[in-house]
Ligand binder design. Structure first.
Ligand code: ADP
Ligand code: MG
Length: 460
């Protein structure tokens, strides 16, 4: 098979789990630019936007699909923005150095994927020593979660059970969860896992008649840490099994700690008996840190890396990088790597230069009703005119209802105004549309994906 055929096969698998609109949005004009014998693959996307989305959301799927298609161990996947195959654009020294850095970083990320084998082959406790309480900065945004996490370590199974930590990506949930594990590992049997891993292991155990081993593995612990529990949404069999695991551990006063990107009740397609159990201990939210906390975090990371940056640069970074801490750290790593490779000292000018592309990505723009309608039109490939028309075909009604939902939910636009924006409809139509999507979101992962994709298109 050549690269094009391999990629076609991979896309064929990915397409199965996505709506047509999502699939086209993310995977149009993507291709494999190189597939090395050692199992390293470079995948190119036409825009930065598609790259970051695919990297974030589909890396695992691509990894599995590549492996299945080629029957070869995939060592690492790199993503690059490149418009056409064999586009021999000259690279500036900055971008070529940044590419080297990126390769190194991706390599690290992929080792983590490789080590997530089936249960039994897991690294012993799933813990990563680098995440501890001593290098976690408590500050605005995470104070409650941090305090609750510490309380739990002092009183396993008794303080808050379960402890449920939720918040947006890159805000420190995994760090806190792991810190708890590392803190109590000396005196307790600890197991850290992701809900995806739990799910995979469950399926594996069912398929291979290893139900008993599975139960032993997860129930024979003092502290069970499950990361990103939201991914158990919609997986009914796994939820059933987890329900029993949960009850058994809880009854035996074993400690359960969960993280999620949403509060329990808002996790799509999660059974009520589970969400109500998630709520019965302590639910702690992590929100965006303020500039002061961000500076303290940067200083901590600098200390770990034995590097220093002046106050002005730290303030600049903390003020301008607003999405999350992972991004802040990513920026810091780039700055350090660039100057180390270049053997130079960071200045405001060099820092601004390096961060140029991140910063334009992050420049948040104010979204309007019109932006939403335009983006929905682009996403579903129907014209704005048709969305606003009286047409009742399914292909128009769905995008229209999605637009209604987003205008209400994201901008708080009133129903009468939404009606007006959409070609002079009655406010009851807008209300109906909103509840249609809300209902579908609770039942259908594909709707969630669509909404999320459109939201991403709006922000970036
Ligand atoms: P999440 O699981 O919420 O997506 P992570 O726990 O992976 O986020 O955090 C992303 C990065 O930010 C990690 O490298 C983590 O060490 C760092 N980080 C987040 N919050 C803090 C904090 N309060 N102090 C120090 N580092 C933090
Ligand atoms: Mg995490």
């Amino acid at each position: 098979m050549d690269n094009t055929q391999i990629w076609q096969a991979v896309l064929g698998e990915i397409e199965l789990n996505l709506s047509k609109a999502s699939f086209t949005t993310w995977f149009k004009n993507t291709f494999i630019s190189s597939f090395n014998d050692d199992g390293t693959v470079i995948i190119c996307t036409p825009t930065n936007f598609a790259k970051s989305w695919i990297e974030k959301k589909f890396n695992k799927n691509i990894y599995t699909a590549l492996q299945n298609t080629t029957n070869q161990k995939i060592k690492a996947i790199f993503y690059e923005v490149q418009k056409q195959p064999k586009n021999e654009k000259k690279e500036s020294s900055v971008s070529s150095i940044l590419k080297t850095i990126k390769r190194k970083r991706n390599n690290i990320a992929n080792t983590e994927i490789n080590s997530q084998g089936n249960f039994g082959t897991n690294n012993k406790y799933g813990l990563n020593k680098k995440y501890t309480f001593s290098n976690f900065i408590a500050g605005k945004g995470n104070e409650l979660a941090h305090a609750a996490a510490q309380a739990v370590t002092r009183n396993i199974g008794k303080a808050y059970n379960p402890l449920f930590i939720y918040g947006g990506v890159g805000l420190g949930k995994t760090h806190l969860l792991q810190a708890i594990g590392n803190e109590v590992i000396r005196d307790h049997k600890v197991l850290y896992t992701t809900s995806e891993n739990f799910t995979n292991n469950y399926i594996y155990s069912v398929q291979n008649g290893k139900g008993k081993d599975f139960k032993n593995f997860y129930r024979n612990v003092d502290v069970l840490l499950i990361d990103d529990i939201q991914f158990m949404g919609g997986k009914d069999g796994t939820q059933e099994e987890f329900f029993h695991t949960f009850n058994e551990l809880k009854q035996a006063n074993k400690q359960i700690i969960l993280t999620s990107d949403k509060p329990p009740k808002s996790i799509p397609a999660m059974e009520k008996r589970l969400t109500s159990r998630f709520e019965c201990g302590m639910v702690a939210n992590i929100t965006q840190p303020d500039d002061e906390t961000k500076i303290a975090i940067l200083e901590e990371k600098l200390r770990e890396k034995n590097y220093s940056l002046n106050k002005e640069i730290l303030q600049f970074l903390s003020h301008n990088i607003n999405n999350n801490i992972r991004e802040l750290e990513g920026a810091l790593n780039r700055i350090i790597a660039f100057h180390e490779l270049n053997n130079s000292t960071p200045s405001m000018r060099s820092v601004k230069n390096i961060l140029n592309d991140i910063l334009t990505d992050l420049q948040t723009k104010t979204v309007t009703n019109t932006d939403i309608i335009n983006t929905v039109s682009k996403f579903f490939d129907v014209s704005v005119k048709d969305i606003k028309s009286k047409g009742r075909q399914k292909e128009l009604v769905w995008p229209r209802q999605i637009a209604i939902y987003l205008m209400k939910k994201e901008l708080g636009t009133s129903y009468p105004t939404i009606g007006k924006e959409l070609g002079g409809r009655d406010h009851t139509t807008a209300m109906h549309g909103y509840s249609k999507i809300e209902k579908s979101l609770a039942e259908n992962q594909q709707t969630n994906n669509e909404i999320e994709s459109i939201k991403q298109m709006l922000i970036l």
